[in-house]
Ligand binder design. Sequence first.
Ligand SMILES: Cc1cc2nc3c(=O)[nH]c(=O)nc-3n(C[C@H](O)[C@H](O)[C@H](O)COP(=O)(O)OP(=O)(O)OC[C@H]3O[C@@H](n4cnc5c(N)ncnc54)[C@H](O)[C@@H]3O)c2cc1C
Length: 502
Amino acid sequence: MAGYAPHMTSFWSTDAVLPTRLPLSDDIEVDTVVIGAGLVGLTSALLLAERGRAVAVLEARRVGAVTTGASSAKISLLQGTRAQAIANRHGTRALSRYVAANRAGFDWLLEFCAAHEISAQRVPAITYAQQPRESAAVRAEFEATRAVGLPTQLVDELDVPFPAYGGVRLPEQAQVDPVAVLAAMAADVEANGAQIFESTRAHRLRHEGERVVVTTDNGQVTASNAIVATGSPVFDRRGLAARLVPERSYLAAFDVPGQVPEEMFLSAGSPTRSLRWAPTETGRVLLVGGSGHVVGRADGEARHVADLLNWANRWFPGAELLDRWSAQDYHPIGELPYVGPVGPGGDRVRCATGFAKWGMTNGVAAALTLVGRITGTPPEWARVYDTWRPGVVGTLRAGAEANATVAWHLSSGWLHAVEGGPSLPPREGEGRVERHGLHPTAVCTVDGRTDAVSPVCPHLWGIVNWNDAEKTWDCPLHGSRFAPDGSVLEGPATAPLSPREL
Ligand SMILES: Cc1cc2nc3c(=O)[nH]c(=O)nc-3n(C[C@H](O)[C@H](O)[C@H](O)COP(=O)(O)OP(=O)(O)OC[C@H]3O[C@@H](n4cnc5c(N)ncnc54)[C@H](O)[C@@H]3O)c2cc1C
């Protein structure tokens, strides 16, 4: 199957030169197989390799190809309105542990950057009210963060060109280039004797006695432990996907005439507006993010992109667009991330997920937890990532709502799929689900080529929707995304959409 490059690459990836790594080509045996070369996978691999463990990393695409390489990469203990959400659901003690976990991730990551001469700019983080009605959330965030000892301050006036009605501020946070971090980490992983295989998608995982066997197209890896660091966990035998809402957001980088705001900003309400800057040889570039939605459930993704670009152009007149891209992360319905077994009763296969767009610190803390559990020395705060109990989804209101919505999309996708479609191929950049004989078929035309594939997501049989901003097929159930030719881009699916004859 010919591979399509995704249509938008992140500002960080545009000029980054990362060595290409060969795919797995044989059967191998290691102590731990790590699936996924994002921040969680590479940090875990590095920690294990430094302890002398034999490690292999399997990456379906390239190092950093998915969420980490497209992240805003703010490294912050003030995380929008997460503190109040966690304290309201789990109480102040759990929030304290969450902050301790994130502080450990923060410290580890900044030490890594310092040791590898990766520039990390120390700047304040601000959660701000973009409308007067968001002031209550700002105040609540101040109180929740203060209650667990973070030195946040309330600020009435913000020196920004866009509407802002005060905010809560935490000094001395940080921002980095996430691709630079991953590039250095991957090199360090290899320098410590571990192997990274790119273009190697893990398709199956099975247990053989005390061992775990992971199957790919070109060989298998046998190991004592597996770390599933794939964002949304693949090989999910606990129904973890039902506790995650996949959220896609848009980002853009601008050359701005005049001053770029010094701090990192995140709005307290919707539509989300996230700002930070990045240093370049010619000056500071402004990064703006937001306008998110649940994956596969937008009424036109291109409109979300336009909304974000219009906002930036309105408040930063003359801003010149350099790059635009998008990415997704997984919001846990129970508010806390999860680090633990992928299947019931099996401690050999663990995953980390549910970072709610705060994976730079949570992701490193998750890796410290995963490795601590494998080596028998988990950090004291690690139990904050233990809270997901089997069977609890239906008892949470957010879980019941999320799953009712998934069920609605499951049935409505099938209904729309069989409505019958016109016979002319879609126009350039368009895609639709049609009926061809008895089979619903997803047809699209991109770069002059028309492809037809099954619209049924192999993860849990949702019907994919066309993403008109990125020219991809996106599943509205659990966030799997596919290229026009059906190959997997991201999400919990491990198999492509099967090809169809037109
Ligand atoms: C728009 C946006 C902005 C964000 N901004 C911030 C921020 O400012 N600060 C912050 O702290 N967090 C932020 N985040 C969140 C943070 O970037 C993520 O939580 C974090 O990068 C997740 O890392 P990961 O290693 O879990 O996943 P990823 O980086 O997605 O890595 C997973 C890897 O697994 C691979 N993979 C998947 N399936 C398979 C398979 N079957 N076999 C082999 N490999 C596989 C993928 O190809 C991928 O490379 C943001 C997220 C988004 C979406």
